[in-house]
Design a protein around this ligand. Structure first.
Ligand code: KG4
Ligand code: ZN
Length: 326
């Protein structure tokens, strides 16, 4: 069964064809990120205008690259929520029209859960660089979605039954990366820039801490952002403390908070599979620490290949297949 996935929740316009909920035949992503950079964040009006410009081309390209035509598509899956309303509307309207015109079923998919589904996907011509960390995940699992808008923990019984255990009480992890990068004048999006700087900033002189929320699966990342702000404003000796040390101290604390919470919840719920998804799952330190530390607790961690951490339509088509198959 071939599912055409369409994803337009934010600044990416994406379409993909996925076979039997597993094999990615094509995965096309167009992004308006460049146009937002000068503003230091996503401008919804610009994002939705670009979605309209890109959508037709991106869907056609996904079909061509998959070497299929609309006749070979069995259903259309589209991101329903959450996201920017104007951007979402473009994808939903396009998918509805296509479904109506071709008389194929339309499946509405949750973007956050789809990020976790990325762990079940494989590329048709699976080259080394595209490979995921390990083979297919075993359920039930704990799912951590860390992106620009979300930091949530789910209990995943199966593809249809997914229960929210906890989430951020304020800023999302990716949002904290972006805001700290802004405080440090590093540009947008901040995550990849901080990730790169932190690689050469290892130190024990600077320490920022994330708020701990005991006996809860919730996170909090707004306090650490304020701590960085006060440090930069009041204490930073620019001559002697390079910026990469600040990046390291911040990233180290966020990564520790995420890893420790995952370990704590896995222990309490007796879960031995951990799935990660979302833009922050691309963070090299988070990937390294999870893969180092979770096996010590007999937990198998699955992290998607880098292109599948970011917003994409393959994850929408993949989860859509299971929503239709049940
Ligand atoms: O999932 P995503 O592409 O879009 C949302 O649904 O939000 O995530 C984007 C977020 C941004 O906040 C960006 O700074 C963060 O993911 N990000 C990273 C890295 N790459 C992207 N954060 C930390 N380290 C990275 N390498
Ligand atoms: Zn996302």
């Amino acid at each position: 069964m071939n599912i055409l996935g369409i994803e337009t929740s934010c600044d990416e316009t994406a379409a993909a064809v996925v076979r039997d909920g597993r094999v990615i035949l094509s995965n096309i992503v167009a992004s308006s990120l460049k146009q937002h950079k000068q503003y230091g964040g996503i401008i919804p009006e610009i994002a939705s205008r670009r979605q309209i410009e890109f959508i037709n081309f991106v869907v056609k390209r996904a079909l061509t690259q998959a070497k299929v035509t609309l006749k070979d598509i069995d259903a259309i899956a589209v991101t329903e929520s959450p996201g920017l309303i104007g951007s979402l509307l473009v994808g939903i309207s396009f998918a509805r029209a296509l479904s109506f015109a071709t008389n194929k079923p339309l499946i509405h998919v949750d973007h956050i859960k789809a990020h976790l589904y990325a762990n079940f996907l494989t590329f048709k011509n699976n080259k080394k660089k595209q490979k995921s960390t390990v083979s297919e995940p075993k359920l039930p699992a704990l799912g951590l979605v860390v992106s620009g808008g979300h930091s949530s923990l789910f209990y995943l019984k199966d593809f249809r039954h997914c229960r929210l255990l906890g989430q951020t009480r304020d800023d999302a992890a990716g949002e904290a990366f972006d805001k700290v990068a802004r405080i440090l004048n590093l540009g947008y999006p901040g995550g990849p820039i901080i990730d790169r700087l932190a690689k050469t900033g290892q130190n024990t002189e600077i320490h920022f801490s994330c708020a701990q929320i005991p006996n809860s699966a919730d996170f909090s990342f707004s306090g650490i952002k304020t701590a960085v702000l006060y440090f930069v404003r009041d204490k930073w000796d620019k001559k002697h403390v390079p910026i990469n040390k600040i990046a390291y101290a911040f990233q180290n604390s966020v990564v520790s908070a995420l890893v420790n919470k995952c370990l704590e919840v896995c222990r309490k719920k007796r879960i031995s599979t951990l799935l990660i998804g979302g833009g922050v799952a691309a963070n090299s330190e988070l990937r390294k620490r999870l893969l180092e530390e979770t096996p010590k607790h007999r937990i198998t961690t699955h992290i998607p290949a880098l292109p599948l951490c970011m917003d994409n339509a393959a994850m929408i088509a993949g989860l859509g297949y299971h929503m239709m198959a049940y």
